[in-house]
Design a protein. Structure first.
Length: 364
């Protein structure tokens, strides 16, 4: 019974995919509700190239074969934007993980773009192609083409570079990795970054779970072949999906290898960069998905390279889930940390005020 409970808890803690079925509202509002993809941009901090890039991304991510719930989101302020924030969701997740932070930043006067990560958001195939694999993950980056995450980050770094006003990036989980890649691609192009539980390296517990054997991270990259090996988030994910949530509930292990390789490059890029923006790292103690110690060590090593203040770190208690930024993951769970985190994140990204020293905002 204990191993079964442990596996269930681990799967719950790793789950970072939830996407609501509701479509975004039709026009921007003072509360920063997301817009319908493709709606005319009445006010934007994006330059001409950014507007073209956003329109192209929306067209690609809402083409036939994609889940409507996983459409990219734009949270627009009620007046001229003070700046631009790009927000990245997690592995097998969707942009609505930013449905708490996005409107809050829009209410503070910022335009927020939440794009769909490469290969994410496809509809389920007519026939399940494997014992565990029930999602169409054929376009999800794999071990041999993990650089798609890096290229994706560079695209949004260029969008931020020509934006008007203050510029910032935020990411959760794999999105934290992509946010880090964005920073290292063009550190001069942004003022602040909020990186939450990034995959600089997977935890050994996660690797053991997906490979189904007692192995560390090295085994994930050395295992050959791993392409046919399938994994799943479990019955909880499927049950929530039946209520209308989107995202993936299954994937191939080679997709996880791509996450590991992207994380290694993100860490290398930060360590090599100079004149970094202010970086705030938020992690979870004993996070079963990521190597928390490595994430803390990475940001501490670059702490004095910030142009506008020292880079900071904070840690949540182990009871806080990996996907703590999202209001859509685990909808029945009480989330006392979410409002304090969101307030602190807005102060950081909109005003440049780092988190208070000590535990992360709202940590139990």
């Amino acid at each position: 019974m204990v191993p079964r409970v442990r596996t269930t808890v681990l799967c719950l803690a790793l789950l970072a995919w939830g996407c609501a079925a509701e479509r975004p509202s039709a026009r921007p509002s003072a509360s920063g509700q997301p817009q319908v993809p493709g709606a005319a941009l009445e006010r934007t901090a994006m330059g001409e190239l950014g507007q073209v890039a956003w329109a192209a991304h929306v067209a690609e991510a809402t083409a036939p074969g994609h889940q409507p719930a996983c459409a990219p989101r734009r949270y627009a302020p009620a007046s001229e934007p003070r700046g631009l924030v790009v927000a990245f969701h997690g592995f097998t997740a969707c942009p609505d993980q930013m449905d708490e932070l996005g409107p809050a930043l829009a209410a503070a006067g910022y335009e927020v773009l939440a794009p769909l990560l490469p290969g994410h958001g496809r509809v389920q195939p007519a026939r399940p192609p494997g014992k565990k694999l029930v999602d169409d993950v054929t376009e999800l980056p794999a071990r041999e083409d993990w650089e798609r995450y890096q290229a994706f980050a560079a695209r949004w770094a260029n969008v931020l570079a020509e934006a008007r006003g203050q510029r910032a990036v935020v990411g959760l989980s794999l999105g934290g990795t992509v946010a880090s890649l964005t920073v290292s691609a063009r550190p001069e192009a942004m003022d602040r970054a909020l990186i939450a539980v990034p995959f600089f390296s997977l935890s050994n517990d996660f690797v053991k779970l997906v490979l189904g054997l007692a192995a560390g991270v090295d085994a994930l990259l050395k295992a050959n072949p791993i392409d046919p090996v399938e994994a799943e988030w479990g019955a909880v994910c499927e049950a929530d999906r039946k209520t209308g949530r989107g995202g993936y509930c299954s994937f191939r292990v080679t997709n996880v290898a791509a996450v590991q390789l992207a994380g290694m490059e993100a860490r290398r890029g930060l360590l090599a960069a100079r004149k970094l923006p202010m970086i705030q790292l938020a992690v979870v103690d004993r996070d079963p998905a990521v190597d928390t110690a490595l994430a803390l060590a990475t940001v501490n090593e670059v702490a004095d390279r910030g142009r506008s203040g020292r880079c900071r770190t904070c840690t949540y208690a182990p009871s806080v889930p990996h996907s703590f930024v999202s209001p859509k993951d685990f909808p029945a769970m009480d989330k006392p940390w979410l409002a304090p985190f969101t307030r602190a994140a807005v102060r950081l990204l909109a005003e440049g005020v780092p988190f208070d020293p000590g535990p992360c905002p709202g940590s139990p």
